[in-house]
Ligand binder design. Structure first.
Ligand code: ADP
Length: 420
């Protein structure tokens, strides 16, 4: 295998896909690995994104997992390492952004790294070190009341400093606007002042493109997924359709949906309104121990030859609430995820090779049930949702993992049309 250019470590699954998708769009062939791989890659790639689930676990564990991922990436010869976190900088004073970033710096022997969750085209801007989510300061946004990582301070220099041993500084928008030479000069100045990590302002995507060449020689970049748009050019890579090329799609088609978001509810309704075959999964029947998985698979079997079939637990907010009050929130969630994952596996056993999964947690459960460890990233169906190619039980299959609110209303039909 040729040498890996960019080795990435992402602190959650959908964040990893988001980053890989940006890299593919910028011209890199990218593979997303679920956890640190133990052996070689299934496919050639310029970039590998290792998806961890380390955002909210104890900092020590996040550090250990990230260092394991780093060791594998270094074995592949990765020329630059990218630590990807959430675009809302999800973390607490205990971590995990600071501790992981510093552990990676120590391991790589580097004394400076940038840190910025900015992605202006997606509504994440950083101005004078303050993060805005759309029109609001981070601390005024919904993130204020996040159950695990409430973000009550928008000043990222302060937020990151609370998590770091090293001194945290700022590269502000005036410097970024002047381009790479000015950014490099500012970095040299910060280093002289003993700064080890610096938040970088970005108020437009052009800022990120200007930032790219300024960090070309950095061993480590820490960022949301936005900074990725400016990095492939450092390796002489330009956007091309080849980066997203996947093997030709074949086999039967199916959709498994466990997301109850507004967008997914509309997508399910649209698919059914267009005459699509759909099977509704009732969580209360699963709870009563009825053989719903077998029923769904028996229903799907004769229909699969006619086009994509949909199996869904997707329901509106009031129905979900009613179910949760009877079964408990976590219990209902786990039970439905388990059933949908078993159905996904059953569908693949029946010849499905083009599978769409709706829901972040649902996707995690399905990927696990299908034994998928690597996903080659193809072209995107809608922003943030690419078709992927994976090895499932020794055979190739196309799979797309859609987190809750992504995708247009006709997503379930459009996705298969694009693949054909
Ligand atoms: P999203 O990406 O929209 O958040 P997820 O799959 O991450 O979707 O989360 C949806 C959660 O809701 C899962 O745990 C799923 O099992 C659960 N769930 C799905 N359908 C129902 C339902 N009808 N009633 C209660 N919980 C449900």
């Amino acid at each position: 295998m040729s040498r890996l250019l960019l080795g990435c470590i992402a602190d959650d699954f959908t964040g990893a896909t988001d980053l890989a998708n940006n890299l593919v769009r910028a011209g890199m062939r990218a593979v997303q690995a679920i956890g640190a791989p133990t052996g070689a890659l299934d496919a050639e790639a310029d970039a590998v994104v290792i998806a961890l689930k380390s955002r909210t676990i104890p900092a020590q564990e996040a550090v250990a997992q990230s260092l394991t991922a780093l060791a594998w990436l270094r074995e592949q010869g990765a020329r630059q390492v990218y630590f990807k976190y959430c675009s809302t900088f999800d973390s607490t004073p205990a971590g995990n952004i600071g501790p992981v970033a510093e552990a990676l710096m120590d391991a790589l022997g580097t004394d400076f790294a940038i840190a910025t969750p900015a992605f202006p085209d997606n509504g994440r801007t950083v101005f004078k070190g303050h993060l805005f989510v759309g029109e609001q300061l981070l601390s005024d946004s919904g993130m204020r009341d996040h159950p695990l990582t409430p973000m009550r301070d928008a000043n990222l220099v302060r937020v990151l400093q609370a998590q770091c041993r090293r001194k945290v500084g700022l590269i502000d928008h005036r410097t970024v606007a002047q381009g790479a030479p000015a950014i490099r000069e500012r970095i040299a100045q910060l280093k002289r002042e003993g700064v080890g990590l610096a938040i970088v302002d970005a108020v437009s995507n052009d800022d990120l493109v200007r930032l790219g060449p300024a960090v070309a020689d950095h061993a480590l970049v820490t960022a949301g997924s936005g900074v990725a748009i400016g990095l492939p050019q450092n390796f002489g890579i330009a956007p091309s359709s080849q980066a997203s090329e996947l093997p030709r799609a074949s086999g039967l088609r199916a959709i498994v949906s466990g997301s109850c978001s507004q967008a997914t509810n509309a997508q399910v309704a649209d698919f059914i309104a267009k005459g699509g075959h759909a099977f509704a999964l009732d969580p209360l029947r699963i709870a009563r121990g009825e053989t719903v998985v077998e029923e769904a698979l028996a229903w799907a079997q004769p229909l699969l030859a006619q086009g994509p079939v949909l199996v869904y637990s997707t329901a509106d907010a009031s129905a979900v609430k009613a179910t949760q009050s009877q079964l408990g929130v976590a219990e209902a969630g786990a039970m439905v995820e388990h059933a949908l994952a078993a159905i996904a596996r059953g569908l693949v056993e029946r010849g499905v090779r083009q599978l769409l999964v709706a829901g972040g947690e649902t996707s995690g459960a399905c990927v696990q049930a299908l034994g998928i460890t690597q996903l080659r990233i193809g072209s995107q169906i809608d922003p943030g949702v690419p078709w992927c190619h994976a090895r499932v039980g020794g055979e190739g299959a196309h799979i797309a993992l859609k987190s809750g609110n992504f995708g247009t209303t006709d997503f379930f039909t459009k996705a298969f049309t694009l693949l054909a």
